[in-house]
Design a protein around this ligand. Structure first.
Ligand code: ATP
Ligand code: MG
Length: 635
């Protein structure tokens, strides 16, 4: 571990010299004069005075060597479109999009809200913003009207770039009524809406809000053939984007990110953590509306001169082999997705995996939620490739816990995303005193200031919320709280035990819902599970579990259900003890999740306690709550 330890130590003890070296990975039009300005912590400024541009580094810089190399492979199993763009072609598309945006009033420092599904134009629009210095704010395509309206009011965009429709699992979603309603609800009225039409819905008239705002992309693009839009050279600390967190725990926060620090952090992490090399092909099966999509679909692979694969569709349509078909066809080297996708695939016939030649694939990366051991083992055995968990947040922009293979190829520890990543001064601390926990002791995962390059600068337009939300957990200590609960072993490996909100207290014993979920998911009949703590008059709280059985029939009849319930309770008894045993196990077909695949435990908990489930704007599938409600009432 010595190499890793020394590398990490230098990154946090001597950040100036460490990051000065890493900054050489990108092009600076004007060199920076100061690596780190830490005079106003927790607000940190990286590479002060340096001028650069994310789009220049992602595209223009590669043109001399890689103009004919694929930059973007776009695959949609929803529409049947499959298209490859070389670096030269992608550069041309982004220039056309940038010219269109400029003609509609987008400018350096102004916000452009992008409301699009996984279509190539979403990536063009992001890079076009980066090119002209406009600040993009991505919102998952198809998000409910009032959550879109809330983001319009917070970001105050001068322009919305929107698709007219999306498609999920073969079902077309018309975005126009959602946009129309959001524009009516929002107090801020963006002057222009650039509509990228997909012709998935029958043509229909526009509503009053859209009518006088809409410009149509297809026609405007035609007029911009050969457009050549200069890159705006931004000071490193100007804003590249604002992205709202998933809203798993409550009201989403507008995470604001810089330009230079982000470019440097991604260029270094794609090498040290992901082992991405120029010319490699990376398939990040995520969404551009989520931070993983920003960092590892769009920016990092392109900064590194790689080919990025962008995919619209589910992992199981037309069948559960579709991703592996893509690996074979496009000789994909690196894959990155969320554990939730693997749990979906786990329910499919494993033979589907073995139909394809996966020899190009080196590693599968997973992030976004706890990776339980049974799922990790299943996919590792099925693929016969390393599966690398990594832990981070919208706020950090890139992983803060991971095995950093190209620093030192440390062994993996199943159930742990690994050790602190260079740049992150991470420690597990007692949630009351803020003192570091001993090895093996549970506490809150914290980061000492300054946050490294690429991490959030502040909450958009709300510096005081940045301080009060993240930096006020430990009086007299300047520590960032992740609101995740973890445990670090004597070798530095951290295991995430769940969110601090998800800790339950049963008769004075503190239990992480993750521990109970992990125990239940070890049972062969369990595909997915969510555990929440609910109020109990006697014990304070008790755990209850919602389980998606691997085979639907397993819990169809009342008797089978009771049998499985008591078997599952025994599983927990034997792994964690009776104190952790769920008081009830409910069977459902689907669990409530956010669009980024995270379990909405707070909604389940509220339902079970008979409370209003609260803000559900980020909920993926409303059916999930109906099922939970039905299971709870025994209907
Ligand atoms: P909000 O903060 O608005 O409630 P959110 O926390 O769900 O939303 P994200 O930034 O998308 O928004 O998610 C980050 C969280 O996801 C982490 O704080 C952690 O709880 C969880 N997470 C991410 N990666 C992992 C991982 N590898 N293992 C365990 N948990 C993870
Ligand atoms: Mg969060």
């Amino acid at each position: 571990m010595n190499r890793y330890r020394e590398f990490h130590r230098r990154s946090v003890e001597d950040p100036t010299s460490f990051w000065r070296e890493q900054a050489q990975r990108i092009h600076w039009e004007t060199p920076f004069t100061q690596v780190l300005d830490d005079s106003r912590l927790p607000f940190a400024r990286w590479f002060v005075g340096g001028r650069t541009n994310l789009c220049y580094n992602a595209l223009d810089r590669h043109l001399s060597e890689r103009a004919e190399q694929a930059a973007l492979i776009y695959v949609s199993t929803e529409t049947g479109i499959e298209r490859t763009y070389t670096y030269a072609q992608l550069h041309a598309e982004v220039n056309r999009m940038a010219a269109v945006m400029l003609s509609l009033g987008a400018k350096r420092g102004e916000r452009v809200l992008i409301y699009m599904p996984m279509m190539a134009e979403a990536l063009f629009a992001m890079l076009a913003c980066a090119r002209i210095g406009a600040i993009h704010s991505m919102v998952f395509g198809g998000f409910a009207a009032h959550s879109l309206a809330a983001r319009i009011d917070d970001a105050q965009p001068v322009l919305i770039v929107a698709a007219d429709a999306g498609s999920r699992a073969g079902k077309v979603i018309d975005y126009l009524p959602l946009l129309e309603e959001a524009l009516a609800l929002a107090l801020h009225k963006p002057p222009q809406v650039l509509l990228v039409e997909r012709h998935l819905t029958p043509p229909h008239a526009l509503g009053a809000q859209l009518q006088h705002r809409v410009a149509r992309y297809a026609a405007m693009r035609e007029q911009q053939a050969g457009a050549d839009v200069p890159c705006a050279w931004l000071e490193s600390n100007e804003v590249s984007y604002v992205l709202y967190t998933s809203g798993t725990t409550g009201k989403p926060k507008g995470v604001q990110r810089d330009v230079g620090g982000y470019a440097v952090a991604l260029a270094s992490s794609i090498d040290y953590i992901f082992d991405g090399k120029p010319g490699d092909t990376m398939f990040t099966a995520s969404d551009v509306g989520w931070v993983v999509g920003h960092s590892y679909i769009v920016y990092a692979p392109l900064l590194a001169g790689m080919t990025t694969v962008m995919y619209e569709g589910t992992p199981i349509r037309p069948d559960g082999g579709v991703w592996w078909r893509l690996v074979e066809q496009y000789k994909i080297n690196l894959m990155f997705t969320a554990p939730t996708a693997i749990r979906v695939l786990k329910k499919q016939d494993p033979a589907l995996l073995h139909q394809y030649d996966l020899s190009s694939l080196r590693t599968l990366f997973l992030a976004g939620e706890p990776l339980d051991e049974p799922t990790a083992r299943w996919i590792q055995d099925a693929l016969q490739k390393p599966v690398v968990d990594n832990y981070w947040q919208t706020e950090t922009g890139w992983p803060m816990l991971a095995i950093q293979k190209n620093v030192e190829a440390l062994p993996q520890k199943l159930g742990s995303p690994g050790v602190p990543v260079y740049g992150f001064n991470l420690s597990v601390r007692n949630e009351l005193t803020g003192e570091p926990c001993a090895a093996g002791e549970k506490g809150v995962i914290t980061l000492a200031a300054p946050l490294p390059p690429g991490a959030m600068q502040t909450v958009w337009r709300d510096d005081s919320r940045f301080i009060s939300t993240y930096w006020s957990g430990f009086p007299a200590k300047l520590l960032y709280s992740s609101f995740d609960w973890g445990i670090q072993d004597e070798n530095g490996y951290v295991t995430i035990l769940g969110r601090t909100d998800d800790v339950i207290n049963v008769a004075g014993h503190r239990l992480g819902t993750r521990e109970i979920e992990e125990s239940l998911s070890g049972h062969p009949a369990v595909a997915e599970v969510a555990v929440v703590g609910i109020h109990d008059a006697l014990k304070g709280q008790v755990a209850i579990a919602f389980v998606v059985p691997r085979e639907a029939q397993a819990a169809e009849q009342a008797e089978a259900r009771r049998g499985l319930e008591s078997e599952l309770m025994k599983t927990v008894d034997s792994t964690l003890g009776t104190i952790a045993r769920p008081a009830r196990v409910f069977f459902v077909g689907v669990l409530p999740k956010t669009r980024s695949g995270k379990l909405l435990r707070r909604a389940l908990q509220a339902l079970a306690e008979g409370r209003d489930p609260g803000d559900l704007t980020t909920l993926e599938d409303p059916l999930a709550l109906q099922q939970a409600r039905a299971a709870l009432t025994g209907a």
